[in-house]
Design a protein around this ligand. Structure first.
Ligand SMILES: Nc1ncnc2c1ncn2[C@@H]1O[C@H](COP(=O)(O)OP(=O)(O)OP(=O)(O)O)[C@@H](O)[C@H]1O
Ligand SMILES: [Mg+2]
Length: 257
């Protein structure tokens, strides 16, 4: 019986390992799907500065021919700034697409929010940020936390389409042990009978091609994996309200991002 137990234990471990691998692959697939959805925006984000760089370069050449050095320098400075911005966008995309270990380390919450907002190319006056003055750190993984935020804020953005007063409110507060971030939008909210289902894989009310219904189920698993929680509700004044709770990190020496 002892050897039977040992064998069953071994099988159990193998099943667990296979499950973990499948989950990793699912997370990676969903991330690539999200990148695909964002690609039109990303194209625009890179093509716009590229076109501007061309114009500035042409101007600088003409101004140099006319020996108007100061004006030429100004044009060259613009090129420098724009290439910096493009590099930043590309760095963020690379980090997002990268496979990550999923190990929880110390991550800056405001940095993760910045990353998600950049990836989504969100109109900044649509977003109200209400974060404490001190930089909050959580125990998570930068890439995965960004992925969760891209999904929550992306859902809010989609819910706000055609809304008269589109607004996304990000509010964070902390106790000694935990950091709570709420993402609220002023859209139509979640139909009450759907509140139990939004975290189910493939549950989506969006049209085919608009959503797979994977974003929230994967986000839930990711946050759960960090020892946190993710909850869905509606705000008393309307709109959806998602609450992310993560263990707070204090040890800055582990800081990864
Ligand atoms: N901010 C929100 N406002 C209203 N409904 C929401 C909001 N966020 C999520 N939902 C509801 O929850 C469903 C599931 O969300 P989820 O992110 O898992 O999938 P999806 O957005 O439909 O597709 P995917 O994320 O795979 O592109 C949505 O289809 C929608 O019905
Ligand atoms: Mg989604």
């Amino acid at each position: 019986t002892n050897s039977l137990l040992v064998r069953e234990n071994g099988e159990h471990r193998e099943t667990e390992e296979a499950l973990r691998r499948t989950q990793e692959e699912l997370i990676q697939a969903a991330k690539l799907a999200a990148l695909g959805q964002m690609s039109a925006g990303i194209n625009h984000e890179l093509n716009q500065p590229l076109a501007a760089i061309r114009t500035y370069a042409d101007n600088a050449r003409l101004l140099l021919e006319k020996k108007r050095g100061d004006e030429a320098r100004w044009n060259l400075e613009q090129i420098g700034q724009l290439t910096g911005r493009m590099a930043q966008i590309i760095t963020q995309l690379k980090a997002f697409a990268r496979k990550s270990s999923g190990q929880a380390v110390t991550v800056s919450l405001p940095a993760a929010i910045d990353g998600a907002l950049t990836l989504l190319r969100i109109d900044s006056d649509q977003v109200v940020r209400d974060l404490p003055p001190e930089e909050l750190f959580v125990l998570a993984d930068m890439v995965r936390l960004e992925q969760v935020l891209v999904n929550l804020i992306g859902n809010a953005q989609q819910a706000l389409e055609g809304c008269p007063n589109p607004r996304i409110e990000l509010h964070a507060e902390a106790t000694d042990e935990a950091v709570t971030l709420t993402v609220r939008d002023t859209g139509p909210g979640i139909t009450p009978e759907h509140l139990d289902q939004v975290f189910d894989p493939f549950f989506s009310t969006k049209e085919v091609g608009q959503g797979l219904g994977l974003g929230l189920s994967i986000s839930y698993r990711i946050i759960d994996g960090f020892g946190g929680s993710l909850r869905a509700a509606n705000h008393a004044d309307g709109g959806a309200l998602f609450t992310v709770r993560l263990p707070r990190a204090h040890d800055l020496q582990e800081k990864s991002a």
